[in-house]
Design a protein around this ligand. Structure first.
Ligand code: AKG
Length: 280
């Protein structure tokens, strides 16, 4: 913990009970590179965790510029990282075996590690999230990476729920660009050229969760509502993964921050990457 953590009371949920997923979820994830799991968190659990994430968020925020001073990426959401390191209630959520198990079952791997968490709050009037591929940033030498994206409030179609290009995960890296105007334009062109089907998922209830692979093309429309789109995400990868190519500054930075440093070929298993689920 970086700071004095707020402790979880004995009655605080531990999010450990399993939430079985169907074969249809697994098939959809493997075929399309994304799936939606409804009700992964119960309403009483949402009620318990949401205030903890909202309260802890500012401790993991680094860009404090007002919306109008940020670039396209910055306007997409307020990004707050590794909140689990600041608060034991958030740690209980991020380390939850329930979510990690879904991640492992969707990827079809026996054990998963934590990469990092991030809260992504798309403010009222917040911009679109440009199309991108997460694994551009991740120095992880595996196709088995996945993000759980969970709204903490009900998300209407106006609030900027996720959009995915189905089947794009099979393409690997399609555009060597960080998230921004350029990735948006390049990927729009790729979607059109390759005739990739894409759609926005929504509306969603608080506690539903989408899961997408590291190479799945995705983004989100702007938030045209008057309410903040509060979302918490957790990123996982298969245990046994090694550090991949550190071939550009974003991956070098990610390696230092999220994997505790190291070189290509080293085990991706730093002190902030615990195993969160291992098949019994
Ligand atoms: O929340 C968004 O708008 C985009 C989220 C995203 O890109 C991600 O979780 O990988």
């Amino acid at each position: 913990m970086n700071d004095e953590p707020s402790s979880a009371s004995p009655n605080f949920p531990n999010f450990s009970e399993p939430h079985p997923i169907s074969k249809a979820h697994i098939d959809e994830f493997r075929e399309k590179g994304h799936t939606l799991v409804r009700g992964l968190l119960r309403p009483d659990e949402v009620e318990a965790i949401r205030p903890a994430i909202v309260e802890t968020g500012p401790k993991g925020r680094y860009d404090h510029r007002p919306l109008e001073e940020r670039d396209t990426y910055g306007k997409a959401f307020v990004q707050m990282f590794n909140l689990w390191t600041h608060d034991r209630r958030v740690q209980a959520f991020v380390f939850a075996r329930r979510f990690a198990r879904v991640a492992g079952e969707l990827m079809g791997v026996p054990a998963v590690r934590l990469y990092h968490d991030q809260a992504l709050f798309k403010e009222p009037g917040g911009g679109f999230t440009p199309w991108h591929q997460d694994q551009f940033y991740w120095p992880l030498d595996t196709p088995h990476t996945i993000t759980m994206w969970m709204p903490l409030v009900d998300v209407s179609s106006e609030m900027g729920p996720m959009r995915f290009a189905s089947g794009s995960h099979r393409l690997g890296s399609v555009c060597d660009l960080p998230i921004g105007e350029e990735s948006e334009q390049a990927i729009e062109k790729i979607l059109e050229e390759r005739g990739l089907e894409h759609r926005t998922v929504g509306p969603l209830a608080a506690g539903d969760a989408t899961f997408h692979g590291g190479w799945t093309l995705h983004g989100a429309p702007p938030n045209t509502s008057t309410q903040s789109r509060e979302v918490m995400t957790v990123i996982y990868y298969a245990d046994g993964t090694r550090i991949g190519a550190l071939d550009h500054p974003s991956r070098q930075l990610d390696c230092t921050i999220w994997l505790g440093g190291g070189s290509q070929g080293d085990p991706a298993a730093g002190p902030q990457n615990p195993v969160l689920y291992a098949r019994d």
